[in-house]
Design a protein around this ligand. Structure first.
Ligand SMILES: *Cc1c(COP(=O)(O)O)cnc(C)c1O
Length: 396
């Protein structure tokens, strides 16, 4: 893998070291022209005929398959659309319907709040007495009892980067008669994922983080082949209907993964996703993982040496860590604002985490070293200790 070549494919603002591609990936240079084409040549010139002529209607499946390759899904079982929160709801509802006698959704306390909120809302809406049980991440394996309908987990913890063992936990869930919903928000494009090998039942993820498809880019959903033709979609929108343009009065689910579509796909955002995936088509995930581990190991070693006031809040063992590193500091928010002012962009995650994402496609060892030098300078000289850096913005 030539990571200098992939770096040249991104627009990275001058003077910025971008360690937040785990939250919002940077702009692939080709995306601007691809979006302009979708606007001018397609929307502008083709108008409504673009749905057929430019292939807009077929894009959610085509793009889904290109993401599927990155997460070990066979072609034909991944589709894009909506936002990740919506896809979590869809996957969870479908899984619960396949286990009608069971009432427990098991998750962990480190899961991303939106996933847990969606489960809470779904339980209330269903009104069938389901319960959401959250346990410590380390205890999940021992808590998968015969009452569990669905094990719903995010593979890589959004704060700490701690990784669950997808294959092992899925096997445990299946042995207990439960199904699995895996959230790949911090996995897709970050680590090798093998949904087929792990025998995952459902998986969801987003495309604006490591996949670099831009703010508001659609999510994806995977349904394993053995469930794809039997699941009953809870969000029964017209584009998941077997014959959307027959305009029938009642819902009939489409074939396989088609039924996980809901409504009109975001055409302009799909153009950005298409350009972003052109880069991913050439990426070897095992080479990317090796480089990612080199970068996170380097970062941790440099922080250990230069920043004694920070504590590592990520697993020290790289085999248990995704592509991000969290460091704790009592004034983490102010420290991050001071860092951003110096051109090192990471983010703050409550209550006291500085979070940094490492993305080999455009970040190398020189940037990691420089980022830690700036971080050490800010801490050594208390440059974070000014009022302006302590006032919280809406998005942290
Ligand atoms: C980023 C993220 C989300 C965000 O969901 P959206 O609907 O795209 O806003 C949800 N779940 C996890 C685990 C995430 O990391």
């Amino acid at each position: 893998m030539d990571f200098a070549a992939t770096k040249a494919l991104f627009h990275l603002p001058k003077g910025v070291i971008y360690l937040d591609g785990n939250s919002l990936g940077p702009l692939p240079k080709a995306a601007a022209a691809r979006i302009a084409r979708a606007v001018g040549d397609e929307w502008g010139e083709m108008l409504i005929t673009g749905w057929n002529m430019a292939g807009w209607m077929a894009q959610p499946r085509a793009l889904g398959d290109r993401i599927g390759r990155l997460v070990g899904a066979p072609p034909g079982y991944t589709v894009i659309g909506d936002t990740l929160s919506v896809k979590v709801y869809q996957a969870l509802a479908a899984a619960l319907a396949l286990r009608p006698g069971r009432k427990v959704i098991l998750s962990d306390t480190g899961n991303f709040p939106s996933d847990l909120y969606m489960a809470e809302g779904l339980i209330e809406g269903f009104g069938r007495g389901h319960v959401l049980k959250t346990v410590d991440p380390e205890e999940v394996a021992t808590q998968i009892g015969e009452d569990v309908a669905v094990l719903m987990l995010t593979e890589v913890d959004y704060r700490t980067g701690r990784m669950h063992d997808m294959a092992r936990l899925t096997a445990r869930a299946h042995a207990a008669g439960a199904l699995t919903v895996w959230d790949l928000a911090h996995s897709a494009g970050a680590i090798p994922v093998d949904l087929t090998g792990a025998k995952a039942d459902f998986a969801v993820g987003c495309t604006y983080k490591y996949l670099n498809a831009g703010p508001g880019a659609p999510a994806f959903i995977y349904v394993a082949p053995e469930h794809a033709d039997t699941v009953r979609p809870a969000l029964s929108g017209w584009l998941g209907h077997d014959a959307p343009f027959a305009f029938e009065p009642h819902y009939r689910p489409g074939t396989g993964i088609e039924r996980m579509r809901v409504g009109t796909p975001p055409v302009l955002q799909m153009a950005a996703l298409e350009a972003a995936l052109d880069i991913w088509d050439g990426v070897d995930m095992s080479a990317l993982r090796a480089r990612s581990i080199e970068l996170t190991e380097l970062f941790i070693a440099e922080v250990d040496a230069a920043c004694p006031s920070l504590t590592l809040n990520s697993p020290r063992d790289p085999a248990l860590r995704g592509s991000q590193v969290a460091l704790r500091h009592p004034e983490a928010y102010a420290v991050m604002q001071a860092l951003i002012a110096r051109g090192v962009i990471g983010d703050f995650r409550a209550p006291d985490n500085l979070r940094f994402g490492f993305t080999p496609l455009y970040i190398g060892a020189a940037e990691v070293r420089r980022a830690v030098r700036i971080l050490a300078d800010i801490l050594d000289n208390r440059l974070w200790d000014v009022t302006a850096y302590k006032t919280r913005a809406t998005v942290t």
